[in-house]
Design a protein around this ligand. Structure first.
Ligand SMILES: Nc1ncnc2c1ncn2[C@@H]1O[C@H](COP(=O)(O)OP(=O)(O)OP(=O)(O)O)[C@@H](O)[C@H]1O
Length: 339
């Protein structure tokens, strides 16, 4: 059954940054989808749009169907209810997301009181259970955020996200601020909890290797578009889009401390989102671009069973010319058409 169906989603910030440009995504109930891509490619904007958390003035287009209901068309009262019981979000850096002056147990209990109609005692008891579920003693409910380690705070965030039994959890770089050992523990915890409770998961990361270890499917974003998607392991080990290939080569596996976020071997930067050039947005950095890529942007096309990629070189209609021969072939075509 489809839990989330994102159709042709567009997000433009005031000032003209086109951060998300026509994204289609689906997620089945209980499925785990990873979204990968370099900084600035629109991953967080997509996550914020899913829960209508975008800053004022951001313009949206398309549809976000959560259990068949369009989040973008909901009244605010309904959005607030959906934010806890329908879908919830875990951000990176729990210190900024938790309120420093309230005990963590009270922060977990609050949405249960508000959205579940629980009594104060019932909400407190549930908060203790949730803490235990994420591997913390229930007694830690009386702690303030600064009394916990970074990993413990992130566990509290996960307990909060689970508080109203959502159908979908969105985790935006949930482990980026943590050291490698704690990262692995938190990832395992998220994976176990979503699997046990049949909750859908969208996990966002720079790191394709982390996503391949945690998720069923992977979507790779570049300049506000999904340029590749498919089964997580296959995309990680054998990407079809030149950007997917560059990303999977760029990041070492979990535990390898070497330059986690540096896309080595991929010179240049993503385009300025206020002025995305025509054609394929990846073309200026692509080693296999053809001349036609400057004018034509490719839609996602079939790239093997259950896989899609937005590149002229993939699929049954693949353009088999190589970058070097493209100009020559075009010259040849020109010569013969003018002869
Ligand atoms: N509030 C905002 N106003 C204007 N532009 C914004 C705003 N937030 C993000 N952007 C721009 O939108 C683009 C996408 O940003 P976004 O944060 O979604 O990317 P990201 O892939 O999540 O990157 P990161 O991994 O660094 O968070 C970027 O170019 C960013 O500068």
């Amino acid at each position: 059954m489809t839990l989330l169906d994102v159709q042709d989603l567009e997000v433009t910030y005031p000032g003209g940054a086109a951060a998300v440009r026509g994204v289609d995504l689906t997620l089945g109930a209980g499925e785990k989808l990873g979204i990968a891509g370099e900084s600035g490619c629109g991953k967080s904007t997509l996550a914020l749009a899913l829960l209508r958390l975008l800053p004022a003035g951001a313009r949206t287009g398309g549809r976000i169907l959560l259990d068949g209901e369009d989040v973008l068309a909901m009244k605010w009262g309904r959005v607030r209810a959906v934010r806890w019981a329908g879908a919830s979000i875990v951000f990176q850096g729990a210190m900024h997301s938790l309120n420093a002056v309230h005990r963590v147990g009270d922060q977990i209990a609050e949405p249960i009181l508000l959205h579940r109609g629980a009594t104060a005692a019932g909400a407190r008891k549930r908060a203790g259970e949730l803490l235990e579920q994420v591997g913390l003693p229930a007694a830690r409910a009386s702690a303030y955020p600064h009394e916990l380690s970074g990993g413990q705070r992130q566990r509290v965030m996960i307990a909060m996200a689970l508080a109203c039994d959502p159908r979908l959890i969105i985790a935006d770089e949930p482990t980026t601020a943590l050291d490698v050992m704690i990262q692995a523990q938190i990832l395992r915890l998220i994976e176990e909890l979503v699997s046990e409770q049949d909750v859908g998961l969208i996990m966002i990361s720079h790191d394709l290797a982390v996503l391949a270890d945690t998720c069923d499917r992977l979507a790779v974003m570049y300049a506000g578009r999904v340029v590749e998607e498919g089964p997580a392991r296959q995309v990680y080990e054998d990407a079809r889009h030149p950007y997917g290939k560059a990303l999977s080569g760029a990041f070492p596996r979990i535990g390898d401390p070497a330059s986690r976020f540096a896309p080595r071997g991929l010179p240049g930067d993503p385009p300025d989102p206020t002025a995305v050039p025509p054609g394929c947005a990846f073309r200026p950095r692509c080693t296999v671009a053809l001349d036609r890529c400057a004018a034509e942007d490719q839609a996602l096309r079939e790239a093997g069973a259950g896989r899609r990629a937005a590149c002229v070189h993939v699929g049954p209609e693949a353009d088999t010319r190589t970058a070097g021969s493209a100009a020559a072939a075009q010259d040849e075509g020109l010569r013969s058409s003018t002869a």
